[in-house]
Design a protein around this ligand. Structure first.
Ligand SMILES: [Zn+2]
Length: 252
């Protein structure tokens, strides 16, 4: 069956002398692998558009019995030239892809999550400041769509207000415990402004995400919290390797 769908390239690997195998997250068919024959030759129409984070319209032969499908055509569907030229934005985008790759299994269709990813990449491209905010907003949405959403409105243990410092993140319960309920052996304390940041970036309106100003170290702390929560809950997940590269571009 020949199908056409929007896709975001997650990873590419060389195959043979001239081809590439690309892992893509598609809007209609979830995550799958495509072979782009001849994609590494200079004459190929694919040569400049099949890179990680590229947004494409892909046409391919979908064969239910196969793990790798044949890409017959691809064109660029959105251009994010401000991400490509900026190391911090590039690494921020790579963490989005890494987290998505961890959370989504092969051939699980998830159009809502696809739209969240594209929205986050579009916002990241346009962002004049606070690029990591787009990653935090994407991780919040990814966790929700993957079934590990955070509870941010009340203490996960007593249901009371989250107003006393320090708050403790309790990953097993998917949210924060108040100062009265924290267990003595927990170490992952968060300041109330981290909770406020999560509440702000949980809003489904990308135009407000960049208005939140966070110190780089604080935004990384929140990213670590969310990534750790994801890896704790997704079976077989490993630590997101892209995070250390993001750290080096954010704090040097
Ligand atoms: Zn409590």
């Amino acid at each position: 069956m020949v199908v056409k769908t929007e896709a975001v390239v997650l990873k590419t690997v060389k195959y043979g002398d001239t081809s590439k195998i690309i892992s893509v997250f598609t809007r209609e068919y979830g995550k799958l692998s495509l072979i782009a024959k001849g994609a590494r030759t200079s004459r190929s129409k694919f040569v400049s558009i099949l890179n990680p984070m590229s947004c494409i319209q892909a046409v391919f032969y979908l064969k239910e019995s196969r793990d790798i499908h044949l890409l017959s055509d691809a064109s660029s569907s959105r251009v994010h030239k401000n991400i490509v030229g900026d190391p911090q934005k590039t690494m921020t985008g790579f963490v989005m892809l890494d987290a998505l790759n961890t959370a989504v299994h092969t051939r699980e269709s998830h159009p809502v999550l696809f739209d969240h990813l594209v929205e986050a990449l579009d916002g990241l491209d346009r962002a004049e400041r606070s690029p990591v905010n787009y990653l935090i907003a994407f991780l919040i949405a990814l966790l929700r769509e993957a079934g590990y959403g955070l509870k941010l409105d009340a203490c996960v243990r007593c249901g009371g207000k989250l107003d006393r410092e320090p708050l403790v993140f309790e990953s097993q319960f998917g949210g924060f415990a108040c100062g009265r309920c924290r267990s003595p052996d927990t170490t992952l304390t968060m300041a109330p402004n981290h909770l406020e940041a999560l509440r702000w970036l949980e809003r489904p309106s990308p135009e407000v995400w960049s208005r939140l100003s966070l110190e780089p170290v604080e935004s990384l702390r929140i990213v670590h919290l969310l990534a750790g929560h994801l890896c704790r809950h997704v079976p077989g997940a490993r630590r997101l390797r892209s995070l250390s590269l993001l750290e080096s571009t954010v704090v040097g």
